[in-house]
Write a protein that binds this ligand. Structure first.
Ligand SMILES: [Fe+2]
Ligand SMILES: [Fe+2]
Length: 258
């Protein structure tokens, strides 16, 4: 285990991978931004009163974030069983903890907003596109398709969450902003894992590239529809919504999955 403050990017590739997949690395990463918070909120962050319509739209958005986080939680935990080696199993177990925490802070925020039964609200307000994406992801996990499931989860779903949470944080009330920015820090680590795990395979295997390209073409419409629905709830003008969709596609492309 490296000393705190060591630049792990200076390590040789094998040592780097071992380091960033560890619970030791995970703990140092999360300690910095979670130790001062309670359910993702810093104690000094003020509560801002939302009017009824704003509150209702925020509840719908948070319910859908809960669907995405539940998909990642169930997906990551299922992937532990089919991960190809022990290091990837260990990383995924840190991701399971992260996704469980994300779900918890979002449910807690719903409680803060006066939602008595978050489960019932999620049931009522969940986007069909997002539910279809979740089903497809969990089918890939159940089918033990490691590459496709990691692609759907740690590239596509994580890039969607990363893009939408960041866009939302810019206009969110202060408490929701705290919660979202804490989540985004973890999602960045999860995307790094997907990139690491699939990057080399994509470079060396044309078959993998073709297969994952087909998965992306299948999932993009669901992801873009879910993104559009969330932005509409957030009051993002119709003319600006494609911009966020493009930034999701660009995030996936930057990882080499064009
Ligand atoms: Fe998450
Ligand atoms: Fe994640």
């Amino acid at each position: 285990m490296a000393d705190p403050g060591t630049d792990v990017h200076a390590f040789a590739p094998d040592r780097f991978i071992e380091e960033v997949h560890s619970f030791e690395f995970w703990f140092q990463a999360v300690e910095g931004y979670l130790s001062e918070t309670r359910y993702g909120r810093r104690p000094e962050t003020p509560d801002v009163r939302l009017d009824d319509a704003e509150r209702d739209r925020l509840v719908t958005v948070l319910c859908n974030y809960c669907v995405g986080e539940t998909a990642a939680l169930e997906g990551a935990s299922g992937l532990v069983a089919i991960a190809p080696n022990r290091l990837t199993k260990i990383f995924l177990s840190t991701q399971v903890v992260d996704e469980g925490r994300h779900l918890e802070v979002l449910l807690h925020r719903l409680g803060d907003l006066g939602v008595a039964s978050p489960e019932a609200e999620i049931e009522k307000r969940a986007s069909r596109s997002l539910l279809a994406f979740k089903k497809r992801l969990l089918d890939l996990v159940a089918g033990k398709d490691w590459e496709a499931a990691i692609f759907a989860q740690n590239v596509i779903l994580e890039a969607l969450e990363f893009t939408v949470f960041q866009a939302h944080a810019e206009t969110a009330d202060p408490v929701t902003r705290d919660v979202l920015l804490g989540i985004v820090k973890d999602e960045r680590r999860h995307i790094g894992f997907g990139e690491n795990e699939l990057g080399r395979r994509l470079k060396t295997s044309p078959t993998t590239r073709v297969r994952l390209g087909a998965i992306q073409r299948e999932l993009d419409p669901l992801v873009l529809a879910a993104c559009d629905e969330t932005l509409a709830q957030l009051g993002t003008p119709r003319s600006e919504r494609p911009e966020v969709g493009r930034s999701y596609l660009a995030a996936v492309e930057r990882l080499g999955f064009a």
